[in-house]
Design a protein around this ligand. Structure first.
Ligand code: CMP
Length: 142
């Protein structure tokens, strides 16, 4: 039997790429037991950011969020582990770094609620949708 696990979509945000900390995030992910089964660096343009975060379109923070996400390169990745969505949310920490637990990625790296270092899918259903937004199946190698 394999331990293929489940998948979640991760985005390493511009505040991390700007500070050259991508490898530190990846080291944490691998130490936490995730396999990075797809990964690419790209720069989101405004339409892509708006489309990715479409569920937040009516929120007051939508403009600032899209501005932050297009301010520099991101690294998008597919992470695999048992219970990937929940496990990644646990090591990311709370959305607002002020509320994030000790030892979480956002506690240790995030600059603000927008520049909060990483994004992770919030459900298996959204993980499937978000992974398909960035990757084709031939780019995902488990
Ligand atoms: P992320 O996981 O990328 O999903 C949506 C993002 O919106 C979130 O992380 C934050 O960076 C940003 N954001 C800004 N303000 C808020 C807020 N009040 N509530 C939730 N998300 C916010």
């Amino acid at each position: 039997m394999t331990m293929a696990g489940t998948r979640t979509l991760s985005i390493i945000k511009p505040d991390i790429t700007r500070r050259n900390l991508t490898g530190e995030i990846n080291a944490r992910l691998e130490k936490a037991g995730f396999r990075i089964i797809a990964q690419k660096r790209l720069r989101l343009d405004r339409p892509m950011a708006e489309s990715f975060y479409n569920v937040h379109r009516e929120r007051a923070f939508f403009n600032d969020l899209c501005a932050s996400m297009t301010s520099g390169p991101v690294v998008v990745q597919v992470l695999e582990s048992p219970d990937a969505v929940l496990r990644y949310r646990n090591i990311m920490g709370a959305t607002n770094p002020a509320n994030a637990d000790e030892g979480t990625i956002r506690k240790d790296f995030a600059e603000s609620i927008e520049a909060n270092s990483v994004h992770g899918s919030d459900s298996d259903e959204n993980a499937v949708r978000e992974i398909a937004f960035f990757f084709s199946e031939i780019e995902i190698v488990g």
